[in-house]
Design a protein around this ligand. Sequence first.
Ligand code: ZN
Length: 195
Amino acid sequence: MALMKVLIYPDRFLRKKVDRVENVDDEIRTLLEDMAETMYAAPGVGLAGTQVGVNKRVIVVDFPVHDEDDTDESVGWAEDKDGNRLEGLLSIVNPEIKDFAKDEITWEEGCLSIPGVYEDVKRPVGVTVTGLDPSGKEIIVHAVGFPAVELQHEIDHLDGILFIDRLMPVKRRLVKKRLDKAVAEGNYPPPPSDE
Ligand code: ZN
């Protein structure tokens, strides 16, 4: 296992629409392991191939873990097609959103590629995602709430889309202007904070 370098805004590769994976082989499995290690080390809750400079449609996400007696479902949930709850690490090859819920959720998002920026983003509250697991087997994931936000954020990365692109126009212009100014002045990325 090895830590990977996470690309930081405004790296041009983050704007690339990356390619589908043809074969889920050992190379892909090692890549997914390294991405998971990198995500947890950051620490973060999601990472896409694009963010580590790899031209492949692969993502890793860390879903919230609910205690057995946990009745607070406000953070949301994810389950497979058989209704088994999905918690913790999930790695998906060639993930595709097949269905969106009509209702929306507003969630404060951040991104390992845009350190220091946290903004409310409005997205569909639920998604159904298909793809392949690390053994190459087809999977279907139903997600509502935060896990649905995670999946949409990471799958966006595979199409070169960043969460700041999803902000309301006025906010989006403001955030990008502030970011690009910091980049131009050599003040971005900001030094790591202890917060
Ligand atoms: Zn991100």
